[in-house]
Design a protein around this ligand. Structure first.
Ligand SMILES: Cc1cc2nc3c(=O)[nH]c(=O)nc-3n(C[C@H](O)[C@H](O)[C@H](O)COP(=O)(O)OP(=O)(O)OC[C@H]3O[C@@H](n4cnc5c(N)ncnc54)[C@H](O)[C@@H]3O)c2cc1C
Length: 424
């Protein structure tokens, strides 16, 4: 069994802050602690930070994976910040120790920021056969499956099977489902006809299944209506009130029993907290999120914080914050400040989310947004979406690459290299 000596850090005389996860929340904590009188170790299972909001563009061959990822070591350049590539398996809050696949690590302050995973709601067939969209591996898998299915169609003699191969089912009509379905519709309209002149693409179907009676549940009514209109106009078969009973290798079964044959099923119907939340031995709420106080501390462990997707802030009776990057970033900011306050004997501050709005892109020059409470749609919303995501993207190189790619795709109606890396 690895011991602490297996995961060496610079000998720390300063208080040791361990951050689990270099996503939006964890990175913010680390960056805000740069140059401060603490010794910070940032742990992540990957050596890169992923800009998750653009995963759907990798999944639809609009961007390459490396354009939305950034080496963590490049992002955190400060003498008191240290990165270790390690997968955390357990957090022992009593012994003040995190266990990883590279050894154990003691801490004085711990920040749990390991994000979330796809929630298949206990549907075993879906978990086994459907593709999720939570990390770069998932995004590449979706791209590979979609492109490989069209290649397979070109080799298929049976007409029924050809229809099945050219059908993509997206489960979940939240922001990710809307963005993905829109991007797939554009791939079908602008790219696949040039790549596959031999195929009858009028039989290619994109279905978006949503269990409730609206797209973008919980968002502004105008955003819901506009996204539905736009997707239907783009040829996406949006089916509201469609509850998926399960999925398998050949498609999905709806309740009470309708069958849709499809070679590709992408599951974006929900997320739940990283399983790491369960190992902390503290209370969790719906979606497995670790219940923390308004100051984001784990009850009974004032030196342990949880933020972002894996945290439910404000106690079990409060409404959880949405799983959004700005929530994780703002919580990261607060936690860095609170650790420094604790060190100087002050009381930690409470978290208040500043909601500046939400935006969802649907396709070329089409997006819906709510900015400071004002609903916006169409070209203006799309420009806002482009600008915000470019500014938000980590790394100058990536911003340039993404901007060039977007411009290229916009003016040429083209897509990236369209690699098929794995054929399942
Ligand atoms: C497809 C998709 C699109 C989205 N689009 C948007 C959007 O447009 N706008 C928006 O605001 N939000 C969006 N979100 C939500 C947003 O990405 C999350 O709310 C945000 O990433 C949460 O930040 P976090 O720091 O909690 O977790 P993350 O950013 O997910 O970071 C978690 C980090 O922890 C690491 N990690 C996980 N487990 C371990 C472990 N056991 N050991 C070590 N490291 C571990 C991961 O590798 C990762 O780097 C989207 C989410 C998805 C899935």
């Amino acid at each position: 069994m690895p011991t602490t000596t297996d995961l060496p850090t610079v000998a720390a005389k300063r208080p040791r802050v361990v951050i689990v996860g270099a996503g939006f929340g964890g990175l913010r904590v680390a960056r805000d602690l740069a140059g401060k009188p603490v010794h910070v170790t940032l742990l992540d299972q990957h050596n890169y930070h992923t800009f998750i909001p653009l995963l759907y563009q990798v999944a639809t061959a609009g961007l390459e994976p490396e354009e939305i990822a950034q080496p963590i070591r490049r992002i955190i350049r400060a003498r008191n910040l240290h990165f270790r590539l390690a997968r955390v398996t357990d957090a022992d809050l009593e012994r003040r120790l995190v266990s990883t696949d590279a050894g154990d690590l003691p801490y004085d302050y711990l920040v749990l920021a390991a994000g979330s995973v796809t929630n298949f709601f206990g549907l075993e067939g879906a978990a086994r056969t459907a593709a999720g969209l939570r990390d770069l591996d998932d995004a590449e898998q979706v791209r590979d499956r979609v492109l490989a299915a069209f290649e397979a169609t070109a080799l298929e003699a049976d007409a029924g099977r050809r229809g099945e191969l050219m059908t993509v089912v997206v489960v979940g009509g939240g922001p990710t489902g809307v963005e993905l379905a829109g991007a797939l519709a554009e791939l079908r309209r602008h790219v696949l006809p040039k790549d596959h002149p031999e195929l009858d693409l009028s039989r290619a179907r994109i279905l978006l299944l949503e269990a409730t009676d609206t797209l973008l549940p919980g968002m502004h009514e105008r955003m819901q209506r506009k996204s539905l209109e736009k997707l239907r106009q783009m040829g996406v078969e949006v089916r509201l009130g469609s509850v998926v009973a399960d999925a398998d290798e050949r498609g999905v079964t709806l309740r009470p029993g309708e069958r849709i044959e499809a070679a590709t099923v992408v599951w974006v119907a929900g997320l739940k907290a990283s399983p790491l939340a369960q190992t902390a031995g503290a209370g969790t709420s719906a979606g497995g999120r670790l219940v923390v106080s308004e100051t984001l501390q784990v009850p009974g462990h004032p030196q342990v914080y949880a933020i972002g997707d894996m945290a439910h802030a404000g106690g079990p009776k409060s409404r959880p914050h949405p799983m959004l990057a700005p929530v994780a970033i703002q919580q990261g900011e607060l936690v860095a400040g609170n650790i420094l306050r604790q060190l100087s004997g002050q009381k930690p501050r409470r978290f208040r989310y500043k909601d500046r709005g939400t935006m969802v892109t649907i396709g070329r020059a089409a997006a819906v947004a709510r900015v400071y409470g004002v609903p916006v749609s169409g070209f203006l919303a799309w420009l806002l979406w482009l600008t915000v995501h470019l500014v938000w993207l980590v790394g100058f190189r990536n911003r340039v690459l993404v901007l060039v790619n977007w411009a290229w795709n916009y003016f040429t109606y083209e897509r990236g290299v369209r690699l098929i890396r794995r054929r399942s």
